[in-house]
Design a protein around this ligand. Structure first.
Ligand SMILES: Nc1nc2c(ncn2[C@@H]2O[C@H](COP(=O)(O)OP(=O)(O)OP(=O)(O)O)[C@@H](O)[C@H]2O)c(=O)[nH]1
Ligand SMILES: [Mg+2]
Length: 320
């Protein structure tokens, strides 16, 4: 059995198997994770975290690949976390993703890890942030986290990044769809991908119109830039990196510490939520108690109130 301190030491020594192992501990909510993270935590906070989200098939993985290449040209190191799309309809795209992504893993400056949505039990966002912390401590300069922008957990993961890229591509009403899905709200940079295809200019216009309307109607934080790129032919990638770096400089000159603290607090809440659930329902006792109470033909709300009442009463007794 590996000890937490040994794993932390190996991670800081740059051993890749320790990196993989610690992320697995995070995924499995292994009890050793907390101790190991504490030992490497002084090294967390140096990497710049980029969330890459957007609808299925927009070209997120292709863009991540293209960005890896660009960043490697500048001798920066890159850690990638790919959160598998949970929707069964993207099942076919999954394998393709893996193959294309893993092409790069022979490069010592790149680490790619995927995390399965189905493998985690509600703790996906918590585990994803843990994984980014571990990669950060390992020493990568840039971290890229790809999620499909369709569910709450995915938004949450994107929201844990320093710079959020929302990737869209030309197609019937894509700009409008993105607006409806709230994707514009989470974006720091809007990437209009597939600029090599017909309809690309229309997408950029639609997005700029949508942003202008939004800026008029609401008192928003800064309006995201729209950057047309082609992950296929590489055009626009330098402009995209420049936009990311401008956003980085802006935060570093201002709110970064406060924003990161807010994100830490969210992680604290996730951990507390998970721990509480485990404490309360981890053993069969309370689940059976709930089932028995339900048996008396009461609603889930009635049962929840009664359970909460008895839990709070017992914590009061403990404190007294
Ligand atoms: N023409 C063109 N096609 C692209 C471009 N970028 C990606 N594609 C294609 O779009 C399809 C989807 O690309 P992916 O990179 O897998 O998209 P994704 O957003 O990661 O997809 P999911 O992870 O399944 O949500 C693939 O067939 C790509 O080859 C681009 O810049 N131009
Ligand atoms: Mg993908």
């Amino acid at each position: 059995m590996d000890a937490a301190d040994d794993m932390a030491r190996r991670l800081l020594a740059g051993e890749r198997p320790a990196l993989a192992r610690m992320i697995t501990w995070a995924e499995n909510a292994d009890a050793r994770f907390a101790a190991a993270l504490a030992l490497v935590y002084p090294r967390v906070g140096r990497a710049w975290r980029i969330g890459v989200t957007g609808p299925p098939g927009a070209g997120k993985s292709s863009l991540v690949n293209a960005l890896i290449e660009k960043l490697r040209e500048r001798a920066s190191t890159v850690g990638v976390l790919a959160i598998d799309p949970s929707s069964p309809y993207s099942g076919g795209a999954l394998l393709g993703d893996r193959i294309r992504m893993e092409e790069r893993t022979t490069d010592p400056g790149v680490y790619i890890r995927s995390m399965a949505t189905r493998a985690s039990h509600g703790g996906l966002a918590r585990a994803a942030v843990d994984a980014l912390d571990v990669m950060d401590a390992f020493g990568f300069d840039w971290l890229l986290a790809e999620t499909v922008g369709v569910g709450q957990a995915e938004y949450e993961i994107a929201g844990a990044a320093d710079t959020v890229l929302v990737v869209l591509c030309p197609g019937a009403g894509d700009g409008i769809q993105a607006m409806k899905a709230g994707l514009l709200e989470v974006a720091d940079v809007l990437v209009a991908n597939k600029s090599d295809l017909a309809g690309a200019d229309q997408l950029v216009t639609d997005l700029e119109d949508a942003l202008a309307l939004r800026a008029l109607s609401r008192n928003r934080r800064r309006t995201p830039l729209v950057v047309p790129v082609s992950a296929h032919d590489g055009s626009g990638l330098d402009a995209l990196l420049a936009a990311i770096e401008a956003h980085r400089r802006e935060l570093e000159g201002g709110d970064l510490a406060a924003l990161r603290r807010e994100k830490r607090v969210r992680q604290v809440r996730r951990v507390v939520g998970e721990r509480l659930d485990e404490v309360l329902f981890g053993s069969a006792g309370r689940t059976e108690q709930a089932a028995a109470l339900l048996g008396k033909s009461r609603t889930p709300y009635d049962v929840a109130e009664e359970l909460l009442g008895s839990i709070l009463a017992s914590t009061h007794r403990t404190r007294a």
